[in-house]
Design a protein around this ligand. Sequence first.
Ligand SMILES: [Zn+2]
Length: 89
Amino acid sequence: MTCQCEVCETLIRSSATVADGLEPALMGFVMRFGMSEPVAVYDVNAVIRGFTEAGCSDSEAWERFEFNVIGAWAGDRTPFFLWQCAGYR
Ligand SMILES: [Zn+2]
């Protein structure tokens, strides 16, 4: 499912909801006040890149993302998808 790092171990141990097939885009997890368990977070650019590497055109990749990924609700621990700031390093 994921690598063997401490972050991934925490996700597994807490039975976090993960997005099957999107392992290469897994960034880690998020927490904030009021949350008792971690929620997985994925890199949107990496998800799209994975779809295009699998043969989708750019528009097909975004359509697949909108309908099958971000359009899927799996409860309170549905993963987050991160759009990164262009100025972030
Ligand atoms: Zn890991």
